[in-house]
Design a protein around this ligand. Structure first.
Ligand SMILES: *[C@@H]1O[C@H](CO)[C@@H](O)[C@H](O)[C@H]1NC(C)=O
Ligand SMILES: *[C@@H]1O[C@H](CO)[C@@H](O)[C@H](O)[C@H]1NC(C)=O
Ligand SMILES: *[C@@H]1O[C@H](CO)[C@@H](O)[C@H](O)[C@H]1NC(C)=O
Ligand SMILES: *[C@@H]1O[C@H](CO)[C@@H](O)[C@H](O)[C@H]1NC(C)=O
Length: 487
């Protein structure tokens, strides 16, 4: 499989970066509650690499990667855009872990933190942004680098945070890069979701026969499941580790696989082709279901003896979260972040709506685990929509148009400084994935273009601060002289 072939290179490059870059980890004593009276603190982890830094005196920039819903260790040294940009900009690189992930969990464990209603109520985007602001400000003071311009960078969820950070804390960051950020959260379900349309288009353009088979498979699954022994048959066909309880369970699982294949269809991992070749290649079937099963076993099973139905437990090939991260992220999805992925009732779409993750089901699981929830989905009210983003400045939104999540992204320039950089063939977060020697030209160009924009911001952002300072000094001195003169 492509992913396995790429693994040695991946390891080689990560080792190379780790051994070349001097990266040091530190803890920061962070306020658990930035806005209320609770005086509790927790240790928040951040990492610094100063290999390329031009130094505080030269006012060279600080690139801050904002951690998302994974331990920060999974991002360190892996962010292609940063690895390319840091030497060119002589930048200091800082990676900050998101609260409640990795080594930055209050109360010692995620179970303890989420188990307390009060403590879990502090896991919000607003508190996370305040954490980042607090660490960046403190760090700049400690490094005597008050005048070094800061650029925040994030990917996917943390890309959204990066854009919001620029909007809410413009005095701390002169700009932001938001890679594959699904920032256009909506309240209520849209009648027709582009999320599904993009997935359908990806599969359709890769292989028409394959997408036809998938489209017809949902009925086939239902028909088989309704027969006596049907669920047992499906359990066996798909090599599932535990007996199937309903056809919906299987359909949701398949929908996950297809949607991840579209999301991560990458430079080296052509997951859509992989799935489709397997589906179309299984010629001894008139329904195509055994081809689908073969793809699922290959992707979902890896080298295991059976396929676990719970998607998060799948080993390769899709990005992994650790168990802690799953529950903290689940809580965030229940309490604050509503990502719309619905597939409207439309027979021409790849996946029927019932197979797509239903947010109300997620809420129900959280309610079971944590009791009553506050109202979710108020993000557009707090952070604003396109209009607010438009009135901000210095944000790059980068998207790969094959990524279903690009349906919730900013895909057009909103102004001279709110820039959209899209790649037709790109998928999720490719510009912030690790740099590889055989990256396609369009990806190399995308990163280059982003770095050119960063240079512009730094050029106009850096000296301007110095100028403003000088101007304030001059005005101050003149005022004193003038007042003295009057006296
Ligand atoms: C930071 O704190 C965490 C937990 O509080 C601990 O596991 C880790 O070793 C600390 N890291 C450093 C660099 O002190
Ligand atoms: C900056 O220095 C102070 C005083 O030593 C320390 O408490 C704080 O944690 C430091 N800030 C960061 C981001 O490490
Ligand atoms: C159904 O989906 C297709 C493909 O995305 C789209 O072109 C078409 O307009 C949709 N039809 C309706 C009735 O929404
Ligand atoms: C199965 O795959 C995992 C993860 O890639 C690996 O650690 C393990 O050694 C493999 N087991 C066998 C028997 O190949």
């Amino acid at each position: 499989m492509a992913s396995l072939a790429a693994l040695p290179f991946f390891l080689f490059f990560s080792l190379l970066f780790i051994s070349v870059n001097a990266i040091s980890a530190s803890n920061y004593t962070q306020a658990l509650d930035h806005f209320g009276h609770d005086k509790s603190t927790f240790q928040q982890q951040y990492l610094i690499s100063d290999t390329d830094w031009g130094g505080a005196g030269n006012r060279t920039p600080i690139l801050v990667f904002l951690g998302g819903e994974s331990p920060i260790s999974s991002y360190v040294s892996q962010i292609g855009l940063i690895n390319e940009a840091a030497p060119r900009l002589q930048a200091l690189v800082v990676y900050i872990e998101h609260r409640y992930y990795g080594a930055s969990i209050p109360y010692g464990s995620i179970d303890a933190a989420l188990g307390s209603p009060k403590v879990r109520s502090f896991l919000t985007t607003k508190q996370a942004l305040a954490d980042f602001a607090s660490i960046i400000t403190s760090l700049k003071t400690n490094l005597s680098a008050i005048n070094s311009p800061v650029i925040v960078i994030g990917a996917s969820y943390s890309g959204v945070l990066a854009a919001w950070f620029r909007i809410k804390y413009p005095h701390i960051a002169i700009g932001a890069v938001a890679s594959s950020a699904p920032i256009l959260f909506r309240e209520g379900f849209p009648p027709e979701s582009d999320f599904c349309s993009i997935m359908s288009r990806d599969f359709q353009s890769a292989n028409t026969k394959c997408s036809d088979i998938i489209r017809q498979s949902w009925n086939v699954i239902d028909q088989i499941a309704s027969c006596t022994g049907g669920l047992e048959f499906l359990t066996e066909l798909f090599h599932l580790c535990s007996p199937l309880l309903s056809s919906r369970e299987l359909k949701k699982f398949l929908a996950h696989i297809y949607s991840f294949a579209a999301q991560y269809n990458g430079r080296h991992n052509h997951w859509i082709s992989f799935v489709c070749n397997s589906i179309v290649g299984a010629s001894n079937s008139n329904t195509g279901l055994d081809g689908i099963a073969m793809a699922v076993v290959a992707i979902g099973g890896g080298n295991r003896s059976c396929v676990p139905l719970k998607f998060n437990r799948i080993i390769s090939p899709f990005p992994q979260r650790n168990v802690d991260a799953v529950s903290a992220w689940d809580w965030q999805l229940c309490s604050e972040i509503v990502i719309q992925k619905s597939c409207a009732k439309n027979n021409s779409l790849l996946i029927p709506n019932e197979a797509i993750d239903d947010h109300s089901e997620q809420i129900e699981n959280c309610r079971k685990a944590y009791g009553p929830l506050a109202r979710a989905g108020s993000l557009p009210t707090y952070y604003g929509r396109q209009d607010i983003i438009k009135s901000a400045s210095n944000i790059i939104f980068s998207n790969g148009l094959m990524d279903p999540y690009s349906s919730l992204g900013i895909l057009d320039d909103l102004s001279d400084t709110i820039r959209a950089i899209n790649t037709e063939q790109g998928s999720h977060c490719l510009d912030t994935n690790s740099v590889q020697e055989d990256d396609p030209k369009w990806l190399v160009r995308q990163r280059k273009k982003e770095i050119e924009i960063l240079k512009k911001w730094i050029k106009s952002g850096g000296p301007k601060i110095a100028f403003a300072e000088k101007a304030v000094c001059v005005i101050y001195v003149f005022t004193i002289l003038f007042v003295r003169h009057l006296v």
